[in-house]
Design a protein around this ligand. Structure first.
Ligand SMILES: [Zn+2]
Length: 439
């Protein structure tokens, strides 16, 4: 069935132009309907004036004063850390030990995981996030719980079994099977999950080593071999977040030329591999990212919260590797893409003082929508509203709060409007989230 919406529209009309291809149509028409596979996609987008005659037989939902925009893409978030948000800690390693590891142990209970998955997906959608690449825990049941919830909403979501067979509490380590080591068993379980979930409906699987220090060589080798056997499956992990973590990784893998190179040495850097943070890189690391096709999930609220450092946008652009934005809940402090974009602006400001680079509102928005989709290899699938894109979108209300209403009424340019949402917006600004054309 086709649906049509009349509202202001925001999208990237020329995605090859990156953030500069952004377009705002004050009085627009968006038409969604099934493609040949029955998937709800955008069929037309443009000005009401240009398109309305062509679609005059459709009942049009009129949303005066509202803005329809692409759903946000969160490139890195931990579903089992929803309750860990806002936990005080001296830095990454004590934060893991005191809060994150104890909470993740609770996900061994399928009922606990199912309840958390329901809340997590609700929270993503309430904040306008329609696609996420998420960590689960080291329990297969946590992966099943999140996939089941996402499928129930018909949502595009990627997750995978967390691989960790050392240096964490015993209850959180992958367990050995009958006649198999923990490393072997974790790879067998990952493969079973790929076969159960990858490509089902809109779901995708990600091979998920937590980070190199919590995996043995055998587990990382197994993960790399699995990644080679399933090239369209994603890989997700963490790298170069914190200096203590880097020192630890260098001690554990002294043969690799850098922490990032450790992943390359085990076959874990390729297209569709997404590394959170990527803060403390040198140009050799940046070149390795570019040459392998791996991308960074920049997690600014988390990096500011844990004092990890500032992602070097200028360095990334100079060498030319891909990236997009991520909440990194629960090291991150908010599910809201507006909060993440504002934090990325602060991070860009830090770079600005050294390099002259700062981030424009349209760059920030791109990094959390079409740019993030491109980094994930989902260009033209999500994160935009061009014809053929899956019909995931949000309805924004510029009058959601008294201050946002006053501010947006005064905006004289698109960048001013976008920045008003970035600075003042939160879940209240997202009036509705539409997944695959469904209300
Ligand atoms: Zn993370």
């Amino acid at each position: 069935m086709q649906r049509a919406y009349r509202a202001s529209l925001l999208w990237f009309a020329e995605p090859d132009s990156g953030p500069e291809g952004i377009r705002f149509e004050e009085d627009g028409l968006l038409v969604v309907g099934p493609d040949v596979h029955g998937q709800q996609v955008v069929q037309a987008i443009g000005s009401w004036h240009a398109l309305s005659a062509q679609y005059s037989r459709l009942a049009v939902e009129h949303l005066p004063g509202r803005i329809i925009a692409p759903g946000f893409v969160d490139m890195h978030v931990h579903f089992p850390q929803t309750h860990v948000i806002g936990s005080p800690a001296a830095g990454l390693l004590p934060w893991l030990e005191n809060y994150t590891f104890p909470e993740e142990q609770r996900f061994a209970d399928p009922a606990y995981a199912a309840d958390a998955a329901t809340f997590f997906v609700d929270e993503l959608l309430r904040n306008g996030v329609t696609t996420a690449l998420a960590f689960a825990t080291s329990h297969s049941s946590s992966v099943d719980a999140l996939f089941a919830q996402a499928r129930a909403r018909h949502m595009r979501l990627i997750t995978g079994l967390c691989l960790m067979d050392r240096h964490a509490p015993a209850a959180l380590l992958n367990q050995p099977g009958q006649g198999t080591s923990a490393a072997e068993q974790s790879i067998l379980e990952s493969e079973a999950l790929i076969q159960r979930w990858h490509g089902q409906d809109r779901l995708g699987y990600a091979i998920t080593p937590r980070f190199a220090p919590t995996s043995t060589d055998a587990q990382l080798r197994g993960a790399g071999e699995l990644a080679a056997r399933y090239p369209d499956v994603w890989i997700q992990s963490h790298v170069a977040e914190n200096k203590d973590e880097i020192a630890w990784a260098r001690e554990l893998f002294p043969k690799s030329s850098s922490y990032l190179a450790t992943y390359a040495d085990f076959g874990l850097l390729r297209e569709r591999s997404v590394y959170a943070h990527c803060i403390h890189f040198d140009d050799a690391d940046r070149a390795l990212m570019r040459e392998s096709g791996a991308v960074a999930a920049i997690s600014p609220t988390s990096n500011l919260f844990l004092g990890s450092g500032f992602f070097d946008y200028a360095g990334a652009d100079r060498v030319g590797f891909g990236y997009g934005l991520a909440s990194d809940v629960g090291g991150g402090t908010s599910f809201s893409p507006f909060h993440t974009m504002l934090a990325a602006y602060y991070v860009g400001r830090e770079g600005h003082t050294k390099t002259g680079l700062s981030l424009t509102p349209r760059q920030l928005w791109w990094q959390h929508t079409a740019g993030a989709a491109r980094a994930l290899g989902l260009d033209g699938v999500v994160g935009n509203l061009l014809p053929g894109c899956e019909a995931d979108f949000i309805v924004l209300n510029p009058q959601a709060t008294p201050l946002l209403a006053r501010k947006t009424a005064l905006c004289a340019s698109l960048d001013e409007l976008l920045f008003s949402f970035i600075v003042l917006g939160d879940d209240r600004a997202v009036e509705r989230t539409v997944i695959a054309g469904a209300q």
